[in-house]
Write a protein that binds this ligand. Structure first.
Ligand code: GFB
Length: 312
């Protein structure tokens, strides 16, 4: 491990309006650094020359690349072109522009869906590219794998200190609660909340409810990313997870208990299950000294409070 100092540095958080990016901005308030951001209306990060020009003018010392086209299992399946193209463009433009403007340190953010569908559990970093991907999200996964390789290639060819982190399924403040495009946890919070308010007899779970997923609060993720920025410098990507998972049906029961919804949970089997399980090994990050601090139950409670305040 080699230390990188954020103090006194100008740090660009790309994707600062998103759930992870905004959590990173909040977390960086505790570091003695200058945070810079740029809005979507000012720059389309898919536009190479606009991105290159902005980075050369602003000259960040460090970049946290949290900008991405993201969504849940159905959005991934329905918009393969955007999930592949937008993500390839965003990451290529930012990583190359950073290199051209001498950015010292860059952290690229991937996703646990980069691993093979039937990877050995818990999934270690070495499992990358050892088997076929889950078809519902292979477009997103391939873009994210290309991002890891890009960061590695600038390290290998130009000696750049560009690293990658692979977070597990994330949730938290500022999540997307749109039922068609969201991930499972915000979707369940919305369904249980609306079911309670409207006095509905049942809420519907997509798929069988048997796939297992690991969840990490976005604030914990942001803390891990800042930790990695400061303490990690290596070619291999690093998993960022909570270390435990649960079946989707159990998650749904937990959400219903927290929300106070007492109706039935039924299944829509026309919707996909996706990967049966994707619990990541947390060994690498833990061996460096980082641990999550927000339990799933506490995290769901605070996310629900945020949802009620902003959407309820
Ligand atoms: O969170 P989710 O959309 O993403 O779905 P993935 C997780 C599981 O929850 C799947 C089930 O088995 C879904 O069928 N599920 C049950 C639901 N009810 C719902 C619901 O109302 N909404 C949603 N969205 N799911 C994504 C990838 O996979 O994970 C992305 O598509 C990314 O590329 C992300 O990697 C972290 O975990 O299946």
């Amino acid at each position: 491990m080699s230390a990188y100092t954020l103090a006194g540095k100008r740090v660009w958080v790309a994707g600062h309006r998103g759930m992870v990016g905004s959590a990173v901005v909040r977390r960086l308030e505790r570091e003695d650094c200058e945070v810079v951001t740029v809005s979507r209306s000012e720059i389309d990060l898919r536009d190479q020359s606009a991105c290159r020009q902005w980075v050369s003018e602003v000259k960040p010392d460090a970049v946290i690349l949290a900008a991405a086209k993201v969504g849940g299992i159905l959005a991934n399946d329905l918009q393969p072109a955007e999930f592949l193209y937008d993500n390839l463009m965003i990451e290529s433009n930012i990583i190359d522009a950073s290199h051209r403007s001498d950015v010292e340190k860059l952290l690229f953010l991937g996703s646990s869906c980069i691993y093979p569908k039937f990877a050995e559990q818990p999934i270690r970093e070495e499992s990358l590219l050892t088997g076929s991907l889950e078809p519902t999200n292979e477009w997103y996964a391939i873009a994210k794998i290309a991002g890891i390789k890009l960061a590695q290639s600038y390290r290998k060819q130009y000696g750049r200190d560009y690293i990658s982190a692979m977070p597990t399924n994330l949730y938290g403040t500022g999540d997307n609660f749109d039922l068609k495009s969201s991930h499972v946890l915000p979707a369940l919070l919305r369904k249980a909340h609306e079911g309670k308010i409207r006095g509905e007899k049942e809420i519907v779970l997509w798929g069988t409810g048997s796939p297992r997923r690991e969840f990490l609060h976005a604030d914990d993720c942001a803390d891990a990313l800042v930790f990695l920025m400061k303490n990690y410098s290596g070619e291999t990507h690093v998993n960022v997870g909570s270390g435990s998972d649960l079946p989707i049906l159990e998650l749904a029961k937990l959400v219903c208990r927290i929300v106070g919804y007492e109706g039935e949970i039924t299944n829509d089997l026309s919707k996909p299950d996706g990967t049966p399980r994707k619990l990541m090994s947390a060994d690498k990050l833990r061996s460096m000294g980082w641990e999550p601090s927000i339990s799933l139950e506490d995290g769901i409670r605070s996310t629900y409070e945020w949802f009620v305040k902003h959407h309820g």
